[in-house]
Design a protein around this ligand. Sequence first.
Ligand SMILES: [Zn+2]
Length: 433
Amino acid sequence: MKFALLILTVCSIFLTNIGTHAQTPKDFSAVWEKQHISDIFPSNVRHKDLQKYLEDLKKVGLKVEEVGKSYGNREIYQVEWGTGKTKILMWSQMHGDEPTATSALVDMFAFLQKNRDKDWVKKLGNALTIRAVPMLNPDGAELFSRRNLQSIDINRDARALETPEGRLLKKLRDDFSPDIGFNLHNQGSLTTVGNTPKQATISLLAVSGNAEGKSNDGHTRSKRICAVMIAALNQFIKGHIGRYDDSYNPRAFGDMISAWGTPVILIETGALYRKDEMFLVKLNFIAFLSALHSIAGGSEKKANPNVYDTLPFNDSGNLYNFIFRKANIINFAETTEPFTADISINVERRRAGENDSTFVQEIGDLSIYAGLEEFDVSDFYLIPKNGLLKVGASGEFLFYKKRRKIDWTDENLVEKFPPDAHFSNGKWIKGLK
Ligand SMILES: [Zn+2]
């Protein structure tokens, strides 16, 4: 009898746990892999692609409405899900060339709607009303430019409200009066966690909303929610999470929306070496659902804001895309006398699939810096393909083994003396051997 009772107790604990099973970041990752509907790299998502995604969301029953128009007359949309008391507003791609979160929002809404009968999703919808504007700056997205079609940075327009997109965001905030805002951006791929060579793949900021950086309850809650996201993301990108610079800017929406009464959390997506854009979409998806799950279930109240406070700040200038170490440089346009130096090269941000454009960033002693890729070229002469080596020039180089006898003044240098290696647009056309 006692044994039967024990079995019954164990079974009931087991069953209860299934019912209220805490969703883990690994669950969110697995579910994104299986169910995500975004199917092209975010940097290639144009306004018409977003419209296609939104049609798919409508088909599964989501509320999608046109809420305004851009300066270039493109429709701006808001998606809504849930009926709960706590109001969440999320907006992405206020900067047109910062697209990751737009795809992640689409995937998140598709997931929530399709799984609305699951216990924990039902609880989420009963606790929260989520509204989101994916792609606030569709003209910028079309041009893959930060600014809108007036060439104004919408994120410096919170006070003057000279852009239709800025006015719309303020109106949506004022009409809804959300409890928490999520401001979703991308940062440079070479942003680092502190002065380490580690890329800041995700950076977070709990916005204080005042010049003095004073804290209030909403700000502390934002820090706790950040702590939840840090714990979740640590399972995938430990050491690659930074804290975004928190200097107050009265023209920026994050600061002004916080000042207007909606504490804002900023999520900045960077990059991770050898991981593609879809990996970053997945990280956003995991961060969003982890945050929302903890807000709805109340577990964020137990999170430690110190986890956020002790996160290292973002830094820049420590990391380059490529470093060529100890190059024996021959500027044959000027002289044939070689000199030895390190050279760093960076890649400009482009849409996926477009040819990378590279430029020389620094020349000299780069021993204190790191490159995502580094090459010891001490056994080679390095010849800049297009004239004089200088900062800002294109990073196309020819390499010759030092033991070869070359006439650097020959007009048909490349034909007469084929190089041993050739680096162009961030790629080895012919590799170092
Ligand atoms: Zn931005």
